[in-house]
Design a protein around this ligand. Structure first.
Ligand SMILES: [Zn+2]
Length: 197
């Protein structure tokens, strides 16, 4: 097939997105090309806007459009509870469940001896600061039920010691599973049944 320059480049970039291979990327691009006015132009505009404004929240690590994310800015949310998650995807999954109305803390990964990820590579020191400074009464560990996730949970429980109540999501999180793939009701049930760690 004759090369089409920008269109080929667009397909190539789209095919790198999670969940899209070359075939889906071609279909999506062709759809946009056919609907240039209704789909492609607005998408291009929003992409440019979000690329210019998106940033990591300085407090919790969520991704938002200013230095403080909408959750940290929301003064209707309770201050005493921090829910600790591995990744922004997990925070968004918890929010979809609408079961938690406190604050969040995104670690940015898990401890991993294999990948040489230590506490300072994660946002654990910042979590310790927040527990001390924000009048936190409970830290809820909503980490994935993987070996690294559970290792990280126990490390955080040790570091925080008896300065604060530390709990963990309970049944409803299948072993080896990731929060982002659970349905919203399951996340709510696991949150309500959380236990001390
Ligand atoms: Zn935030």
């Amino acid at each position: 097939m004759e090369t089409q320059g920008g269109i080929d480049r667009l397909i190539e970039l789209m095919s790198r997105l999670p969940g899209l291979g070359p075939r889906s990327a071609r279909r999506a691009v062709l759809h946009m090309l056919k609907k240039r006015g209704q789909v492609m132009a607005p998408l291009a505009q929003v992409l440019a806007e979000v690329a210019a404004t998106a940033r990591d929240c300085v407090t919790c690590g969520n991704i938002g459009d200013s230095d403080l994310c909408p959750i940290c800015r929301d003064d209707r949310r309770a201050n005493g509870e921090i829910c600790v998650v591995e990744d922004v995807a997990d925070l968004w999954a918890m929010e979809r469940g609408q079961a938690f109305r406190g604050r969040y803390h995104v670690l940015g990964g898990t401890l991993s001896a294999l990948d040489a990820v230590g506490p300072d590579e994660l946002r654990i020191p910042k979590l310790v600061d927040r527990v001390r400074d924000e009048g936190v009464t409970e830290v809820i560990l909503a980490l994935n039920a993987t070996v690294d996730g559970q290792t990280t949970a126990h490390y955080i429980a040790d570091v925080l010691g008896d300065t604060v109540k530390v709990t963990s999501l309970a049944q409803g999180v299948p072993v080896g599973s990731e929060l982002d793939y659970l349905d919203d009701g399951t996340i709510g049930a696991a949150l309500r049944a959380r236990r001390g760690i």
